[in-house]
Design a protein around this ligand. Structure first.
Ligand code: CA
Ligand code: CA
Length: 249
């Protein structure tokens, strides 16, 4: 009898987790020829011109990424793409992530390239969150702006290193968590978070220069926007399933 209940709970959990995660937008830049301009779907903030090109990710870097990537280089405005307006909730946090190649070349301090979550103000609120390289020679940076709020902050402990890294931002109704997975093995080396008050409807992701044009290049790849149910919510739903089955029994 106990074994039966356990099986029921596991089945309930499995059903919920596969049914609820939802990809809103993704782009791995495959299918575009090398040397070609980025597709117009990424030009939400204006024409990117020829300073945003599809390039090989870089075969000589560790870890290897020889698949097509997006290079944002000198003179380019950031590449921005709109997605279905989505609110981040405690039950279904909004997750955006992208891989970035930090070459740490030229002027390391002045390399300003970030991944940004934004809103065009579809529910009247303005704001953005950022993660990446911003005027710091040794550490990555975060920024939170929601009708005021914190500016650029040094990411505690997150030391810059040459290579492909995964930048990720996870939002609930009032908490943002920034993580960096330095070797893209699925486990972030650095995590920091902050709380915020208002809850905009998010609808834009940007990579490249956080404010004006880009002065030093970076490559971007594997952009994903999705909602991922909280493990705590899954566990509760799973227990709910167990409870229902027990009552029936
Ligand atoms: Ca790719
Ligand atoms: Ca890692």
């Amino acid at each position: 009898m106990k074994a039966k209940l356990l099986v029921s709970a596991v089945v309930a959990l499995a059903c919920v987790s596969t049914a609820s995660a939802a990809v809103i937008m993704q782009d791995d830049f495959s299918g575009y020829p090398y040397g070609s301009p980025i597709p117009a779907i990424w030009e939400a903030d204006g024409s990117l011109g020829t300073n945003a090109l599809i390039v090989p990710g870089g075969v000589s870097v560790n870890p290897d990424n020889s698949t097509p990537a997006l290079r944002i280089t000198t003179g380019a405005i950031p590449a921005a793409r709109l997605f279905t307006p989505t609110m981040a909730t405690d039950e279904n946090p909004l997750v955006i992530q992208s891989d970035v190649y930090d070459g740490m070349y030229d002027d390391i301090y002045n390399t300003r390239q970030t991944m940004s979550l934004r809103t065009t103000g579809v529910n009247g609120s303005a704001g953005w969150f950022e993660l990446g390289m911003y005027q710091n020679s040794t550490h990555y940076s975060t920024r939170a702006y929601l009708n005021g709020g914190a500016g650029w902050l040094t990411f505690p402990g997150a030391e810059r290193a040459v290579g492909w890294h995964t930048l990720k931002m996870t939002l609930t109704s009032n908490v943002i968590t920034w993580t960096i997975d330095m070797d893209r093995d699925g486990t972030p080396e650095y995590t920091t978070s902050a709380t915020f008050l208002n809850t905009p409807t998010w609808d834009k992701i940007r990579v490249g220069g956080p404010s004006a044009g880009v002065n030093y290049p970076a490559n971007w790849d594997n952009v994903v926007v999705e909602t991922v149910p909280e493990p705590a919510t899954l566990a509760l739903l799973g227990l709910g399933g167990l409870f229902l089955r027990r009552r029936r029994a």
